[in-house]
Design a protein around this ligand. Structure first.
Ligand code: SF4
Length: 176
């Protein structure tokens, strides 16, 4: 069986992606490394939710906490940093390939994800698996609701936090 390290951005995105790769005969483990998530309280919410989902689903997840520096709004550096850590961990722990749960989100930059994933593949010497899973986004949302997972309203960094609605009703529903 092919061993696949799945970089996990959050629990809701992991639901569908984990199931899809497991059903496709991969042996999957998760890797939670997301220094882009701001502020710290939001990071803790997403991490706790990942731990909860991990216990629920049986997905083994490694959590890496170092290097919390992050430049808000620079998606290139954000993807590159997270993918590099995932690739290095995958290589040193004898995985065959690495990939990311970002592949399920229609709000992420898929061309950039593929470009950076392939760059890291060449530089680190371990394959990056790109597969467009956006068709499963709403199934993942339904799974997240069923499991009662915390569903955040923005991608992660301060630059991605939506502005409050003009009528003072709080942030508009945002894209993740
Ligand atoms: S918008 Fe998302 S991907 Fe881009 S820098 Fe912010 S957290 Fe990273």
């Amino acid at each position: 069986m092919t061993r696949l390290l799945l970089h996990t951005c959050c629990a809701p995105c992991t639901t569908y992606v984990y199931k899809w790769f497991k059903d496709s005969e991969f042996e999957v483990e998760g890797f939670f490394y997301n220094p882009n998530i701001q502020p710290a309280e939001e990071y803790q919410k997403r991490r706790r939710c990942m731990e909860y989902y991990s216990a629920l689903s049986g997905l083994i997840v490694t959590y890496i906490e170092n290097d919390r520096e992050h430049e808000p709004g620079n998606c290139y550096l954000c993807y590159e940093n997270r993918f590099r850590h995932a690739a290095q961990f995958a290589k040193s722990n004898r995985f065959d390939l690495f990939t990311t749960t970002l592949l399920v989100s229609p709000f992420q930059k898929h061309d950039l994800i593929r470009e950076i994933g392939k760059k890291i593949e060449r530089e680190e010497g371990i394959g990056f698996l790109y597969h467009d899973l956006r068709e499963g986004y709403y199934k993942g949302v339904e799974m997240a609701k069923r499991f009662n997972l915390y569903r955040q309203k923005y991608c992660g960094c301060f630059a991605s936090i939506p502005a409050p609605a003009p009528n003072g009703a709080g942030p508009a529903e945002a894209k993740k």
